[in-house]
Design a binder for this molecule. Structure first.
Ligand code: UD1
Length: 441
C-alpha cells in the first residue's frame, strides 16, 4: 500500500471497528509544571469542520480535494468509516483526496460510532446519495445523553422513513423532498446532516433555528463549491435549493478555533507570550473577550492572535451557549485557568448536562471548585500541586494539560487517547513553547 493511503486503513470496516476498540493506546503525559510559554504555534485545520466535510465526500462520485485537514484520531476514524462505505481516500501532508465512485455499504457500525459520535454525519449523505442508511445510535457518552432526535425529525420531514432496529437507525428514501424544518434546539451536527441531505433533495429546504457555528459555514462553503445552493449559513435560517448532482471540488478547511483557544488559555494560565498563526480570529470573539477579562493582553491581526500574560489571572464568569456565545468546547480549559485566579468565578454549562467530569480531577491537583446544578463555582488558589489524573473526554483532557502546566511538581495524565482525538501532537507543540511535557508510552 502506498504511504499516502496507509493513513486511511482500507480494511473492511467491521475488522477495523473492533481493532479501534481494542487497540486504544494507553499513552500518558508527564508534565513538570511552572514554565512560561513563549513562541509561535501554527493552528491546524478544524476537526469539527473536517469531519462533516469528509462525510460530504459521499455526496458525489467525483474527486473532493481537502486542504488543511488535521492529523487526528477522529479524522482517521471518519476516513475508515468512509472507506468501509466505498470511498477511496489518500492523504499527502495536510491534504486529503476523497472519491466515492459508488457506495458499496451503507452501514456505520456501533463499534465505530461509539468511539466517535460524529459518525452520525454519514446519515444525511447516505440517504441523499443512495436512499439507504444503517447508522448505529450513538448512545450515551461521557458528557451527557446527546440524543439525535433532531437529525431524525429533520430527515423525516425531508420524506425519509426512519426506524430504530436493534440499536441502529435504519433509513430509507426515494429522492428526498425539500421541506420547512424548525429545529427544537440548536444542534451543530444536526444542522450539518440536514444541510447535506437537502443539497441533493428535490426543491427548497429551509432550516430554522439552525446552528450558526463557523464549522457549519465552512461545510456550506464546501457544498457550494461542489455545486450545491446553500445560503444563509452563519445565520439561524439556512435555505438550500436542492440540485440533481454535486461535482468534485477543492476546499481548504478553516482553522480550528478550539485548538487556537486552548493554546491561548494555556499561555494566559502559565504566563508568557504566544502567537497563534494561521488562525481565524473572527471565530473566537467570545473566547478572546474572556481572555482579556482574565487580564491577558490580546492582540489580533488578520490571521494571527497573540496573548501575553504574567502573574495570576483575574477570575472570569461565563455561560456556555451556541455560537456566537461562549463555546462549551472551551469551558473546561477556562476552568483550569480560573482555578489559580485571584478571586471567584462562576462557570455555567448550558449545552451538555454532564460536562463537569474534569472538576474531580482538577480537585486532585488542589483546585477549589464546587458544583451547584449546572454551575461550577471556582475559587482561585495561588498554586496547584502536581498529581496523577485521568482524562475523561476530549476537552477535559485539554483542561488537565493546562492545569498540569500550571501545577507545582509532576502531573501524570492517563488515558490521553481522548486528547489525541482532537489535538495533533499537542505535547510536542507545547514543548516547542518551553513546556516541560512528554508522552510516556
Ligand atoms: C458539536 C461538536 C461538539 C460541540 C457541540 C456543541 C462536532 C463534531 N461536534 O457536537 O464538539 O461540543 O457541537 O457546540 O461538531 N441535542 C438533542 N437532540 C439532537 C441533537 C442535539 O437533544 O438531535 C442536544 C444535545 O444533547 C446537546 C445540544 O443539543 O445538549 C447540542 O448538541 P449538538 O450541537 O448536536 O452537539 P454535536 O453536534 O453532537
Amino acid at each position: 500500500m502506498p504511504d499516502a493511503l496507509r493513513f486511511f486503513d482500507t480494511r473492511p470496516v467491521r475488522a477495523i471497528a473492533f481493532a479501534a476498540n481494542d487497540d486504544l493506546p494507553m499513552d500518558k503525559l508527564r508534565i513538570s509544571g511552572g514554565a512560561p510559554l513563549v513562541g509561535e504555534v501554527q493552528v491546524a485545520g478544524a476537526k469539527n469542520a473536517a469531519l462533516p466535510i469528509l462525510a460530504a465526500a459521499l455526496l458525489t462520485g467525483d474527486e473532493l480535494v481537502l486542504d488543511n485537514v488535521p492529523q487526528l484520531a477522529d479524522v482517521t476514524t471518519m476516513g475508515r468509516l468512509l472507506a468501509g462505505m466505498g470511498a477511496r481516500l489518500s492523504r499527502e501532508g495536510g491534504s486529503v483526496v476523497a472519491r466515492t465512485d459508488a457506495i458499496g455499504a451503507v452501514e456505520a457500525p456501533y463499534e465505530l460510532v461509539k468511539t466517535m459520535r460524529a459518525s452520525i454525519l454519514v446519515l444525511g449523505p447516505l440517504l441523499a446519495r443512495c436512499g439507504q442508511a444503517r447508522v448505529s445510535l450513538p448512545g450515551g457518552c461521557a458528557i451527557g445523553a446527546r440524543p439525535v432526535d433532531q437529525h431524525i425529525k429533520g430527515l423525516r420531514a425531508l420524506g425519509a422513513q426512519l426506524a430504530i432496529e436493534h440499536g441502529y437507525i435504519v433509513a430509507e428514501a426515494a429522492r428526498l423532498k425539500g421541506a420547512h424544518i424548525v429545529a427544537d434546539m440548536v444542534t451543530v451536527t444536526g444542522t450539518e446532516n440536514l444541510m447535506m441531505a437537502a443539497a441533493l433533495a428535490d426543491g427548497e429546504t429551509v432550516i430554522e433555528n439552525a446552528a450558526r457555528e463557523p464549522e457549519v459555514v465552512d461545510l456550506a462553503r464546501c457544498l457550494n463549491s461542489m455545486g450545491a445552493h446553500v445560503r444563509g449559513a452563519g445565520t439561524d435560517r439556512i435555505v438550500i435549493d436542492g440540485v440533481e448532482r454535486l461535482h468534485g471540488a477543492r476546499h481548504r478547511v478553516l482553522p480550528d478555533r478550539i485548538e487556537t483557544g486552548t493554546f491561548l488559555v494555556a499561555a494566559a494560565a502559565c504566563g508568557g507570550d504566544v502567537r497563534m498563526t494561521g488562525a481565524a480570529p473572527e471565530t473566537l470573539d467570545a473566547v478572546l473577550d474572556k481572555l482579556r477579562e482574565a487580564g491577558a493582553q490580546v492582540d489580533v491581526g488578520a490571521d494571527w492572535i497573540r496573548v501575553r500574560a504574567h502573574g495570576r489571572p483575574k477570575p472570569v464568569s461565563l455561560r456556555t451557549s451556541p455560537h456566537p456565545g461562549f463555546p462549551t468546547d472551551m469551558q473546561a480549559q477556562f476552568m483550569a485557568l480560573g482555578s489559580v485566579a485571584d478571586g471567584v468565578g462562576r462557570i455555567t454549562e448550558t449545552i451538555f448536562e454532564n460536562r463537569f467530569m474534569h472538576v474531580l480531577e482538577l480537585q486532585r491537583l488542589g483546585a477549589q471548585i464546587d458544583i451547584e446544578g449546572n454551575t461550577a463555582i471556582v475559587r482561585g488558589v495561588p498554586k496547584l500541586s502536581g498529581a496523577r489524573v485521568m482524562a475523561t473526554d476530549l476537552r477535559a483532557s485539554a483542561s488537565l494539560v493546562i492545569a498540569g502546566l500550571l501545577a507545582e511538581g509532576e502531573t501524570i495524565i492517563d488515558r490521553i487517547y481522548h486528547l489525541d482525538r482532537g489535538y495533533d501532537r499537542m505535547e510536542r507543540r507545547l514543548a516547542a513553547l518551553g513546556a516541560k511535557i512528554e508522552r510516556v508510552k
